[in-house]
Design a binder for this molecule. Sequence first.
Ligand code: HEC
Ligand code: HEC
Length: 385
Amino acid sequence: MAIRNGKSYYSFSPVGFVRKKNSYLLFFSLVIIIITFSCQKEKTPDIDNQDLSEIPFSPQEYKLETSSNYPEMNIPSDNTLTVEGISLGRSLFYDPIMSIDSTISCSSCHIHERGFKDNSALSTGIDGRVGRRSSMSLLNVGYNRSNLFWDGRQPDLESQITAPVEDPNELGHNWPALLDKLQNHHEYPVKFRKAFGIIKSTDINEALVSKAIAQFERTLVSSGNSRYDRILRGEATFTDDELQGYLMFFDVVPDLPDAECGHCHTEPFFTTFEFKNNGIEAVENLTDFIDKGRGEVTGEVLDNGKFKIPTLINVFETAPYMHDGRFSTMEEVMEHYNSGGHRQLNTDPLIRPLGLSNREVEQVLAFIKTLTDSSFLKNPDYSKP
Ligand code: HEC
Ligand code: HEC
């Protein structure tokens, strides 16, 4: 082709003239399109800043009902539970508006009937993106005495919500865009008014979204109707196997082997909420853990491989198990504990070969099954509104 000094000869040819003419045409049409669109935009009513002050604001206090043997829940004084706040939080929890492409919500990975987990080893967010950890049960999450997540990187429910909203492997959203959607929604401004007394729709902010969802999460408490709850109240009795399992789980009698579970999975929540290395990972050095867990947050090598002790209530409904979902069944979990797991410098001393017979393993599992709380899994107050 005839090219000199990097310039095409076409620029001096009639073809070039026609091309130039075309680009003028294109330019003017673009200008006209832009003008038309900006005029149209001006015509749409701006609901950005709805005045809500006429809508009554009189939130009703909500009384949390839970197992009689549970302590008082620690509820922040600036976010007490109200019927309107919980209802708003529940709507947001189930609404895909929370994700960037409106495809998934909190409830996609925290599924009510599955104990607020999702039955996958690793959770999947927007665009089918797979995260690095397993979802966590939200049952009794309001009673958490330590920090949230497997590694405890968030101090409380209110601050926790920022994380999944912005996590590219979860909801993948950004707050300004999400708030814009909520402020211009046909229902949310009124709901926020009723829950928090906002004056105009632009008052909807990150703190209020978080407060509402946190209120809903605090209502997710045990129903007090598991078989074990009823046995404790004297309304039912253990079978022989369940009783043997109970005695081993809590190391009650000297003539049965100790299963040690009850030291970490402690009543009434069946967790102490502490971070421990329970020996599931075979690594040579503490620096070799692929997922360092608690150590990633504290920066202490001795915390590497420690994860939060999860509850065992409803655990038969929430397979697979551990922070990475490595065990598919409770039998595999028992095999791990019975074998004594892998020993590192920071593996908890309670993790050691237990010497349980097959029969004894079955009995421990029979006891853990009594912790299944079906009323919680079917409670209509927790389902999609
Ligand atoms: C894509 C799946 C996914 C979505 C969507 C999701 N989560 Fe989670 N959630 C997880 C995973 C995985 C963890 C554990 C993460 C970790 O430890 O790093 C978790 C942990 C949590 C915890 C900590 C529980 C505890 O006991 O420490 C809370 C609370 C929680 N999520 C609430 C929410 C809320 C509220 C939303 C919506 C705003 C949400 N999640 C959206 C997967 C998800
Ligand atoms: C030293 C404390 C400790 C002891 C003792 C202990 N566990 Fe655990 N357990 C943990 C920790 C920590 C995890 C989470 C580990 C992880 O995900 O990496 C866990 C996880 C589990 C899980 C997975 C639950 C889920 O939602 O993924 C089950 C099931 C379980 N333990 C059952 C038992 C049983 C049964 C016993 C007794 C045989 C027992 N544990 C003894 C600390 C302990």
